[in-house]
Design a protein around this ligand. Structure first.
Ligand code: GDR
Length: 324
């Protein structure tokens, strides 16, 4: 266990930041969230969970080391979760340098702030199955080599190795959670699951006719974000930092995921789906399928939500939202 119940979360306004805040608040933590001030409403997820008044915000940015040092000093955090990122793989080809700065150097900035202010704090890095990229294995685990296929994957790989390196160089309690795709009703609309579930709700309500997608043959190991944040917390509670794959061990094509979503409201995806070249990527990760055995054995963690439960939960939430 870490020595105090104060946590600092970067990316607190994102899907995982919101669920992790909820989990930690429920465990009695003081939760501090790094907040980059934007003119748009970024707090809607925390509001949906009813915790926007409970998180203590600290102004700062992953690209600004001095703000991270200040955040460490203000929060006196015993646990630091680096969830902040430019997390949309598709955009990383349009903004490769920004992605490298935020997702790669940004993680290094957080590691430096932890090392400088309180090197005994427990650190969690949001790593990703995108790092495996082209490497096919029966199931990808902690021993599978990396071969990223996007500027996003490349940047995340830097952050992953920086985490390993700080653990080895400075004996820091630093963990890298190699999370496979994880979704929820709080998922951003640019990601394929939420794009599909929101479109299904709109089509069902007569507000939209078609859904345009790119590569529907790609396969993803989709789990529920609410389950996955528990694995993050469990990693920071161990005697030592380590790397863990967090996945369900089941992979589904984008096509089959669409079928689940449309079927749930009595529709056939074939009547509405249009393939659109614009949504194909310059390089694709064809199959992701994780083996979470180590997390199961060492952390006592296992996924609780099937892909069917996940997608139908998301469709229901989008129907509720669109009905008003
Ligand atoms: P991914 O998630 O790139 O796996 O990264 P995304 O949902 O964006 O894509 C999944 C797969 O669906 C295919 N696809 C489309 N994707 C989007 N977004 N929009 C489309 O119209 C579309 N059509 C087909 C994609 O090509 C891809 O194969 C997510 C992010 O959360 C990362 O931050 C995280 O690291 C990984 O999951 C694990």
């Amino acid at each position: 266990m870490s020595n105090n119940k104060s946590a600092l979360i970067t990316g607190v306004t994102g899907q995982d930041g919101a669920y992790l805040s909820q989990l930690l608040l429920g465990k009695g933590y003081d939760v501090y969230g790094l907040l980059a001030r934007r003119s748009t409403d970024t707090l809607w997820r925390l509001r949906e969970l009813g915790i926007d008044k409970d998180v203590r915000f600290i102004d700062g940015d992953l690209c600004d080391l001095s703000s991270l040092i200040r955040a460490m000093e203000t929060s006196k955090a015993g646990e630091v979760y680096n969830l902040g990122a430019q997390s949309f793989v598709g955009s990383s080809w349009q903004q490769p340098i920004l992605t490298a700065q935020v997702d790669g150097v940004g993680a290094l900035n957080v590691l430096e702030a932890v090392r400088i202010v309180n090197s005994s704090a427990h650190f969690y890095q949001a790593s990703t199955s995108e790092m495996f990229g082209l490497i096919q294995a029966e199931k990808q685990d902690e021993t599978t080599p990396f071969y990223p296929r996007s500027p996003y994957g490349v940047a995340k790989l830097m952050a992953h190795w920086a985490t390993v390196n700080y653990r080895e160089s400075f004996k820091m309690h630093a963990s890298s959670g190699i999370l496979f795709n994880h979704e929820s009703p709080l998922r951003g609309i640019e990601f394929v699951t939420r794009k599909v579930t929101d479109a299904v709700a709109a089509i069902k309500l007569g507000q939209q006719k078609e859904l345009r997608l790119g590569n529907i043959d790609s396969k993803r190991d989709w789990g529920f974000a609410g389950d996955y944040v528990e694995a993050m917390w469990l990693m920071t509670q161990q005697a030592e930092g380590d790397d863990y794959v967090v996945a369900t061990g089941i992979t589904t094509t984008v096509r089959d995921m669409c079928e689940i979503a449309f079927k749930h409201v009595g529709l056939n995806y074939r009547d509405h789906l249009v393939i659109d070249e614009r949504f194909f990527r310059p390089a694709e990760v064809d199959v992701l399928l994780g083996n979470p055995d180590k997390a199961r054995a060492r952390l006592g963690w296992s996924p609780k939500t099937s892909v069917e439960q996940l997608i139908t939960m998301m469709v229901d939430a989008d129907l509720r939202r669109r009905k008003g």
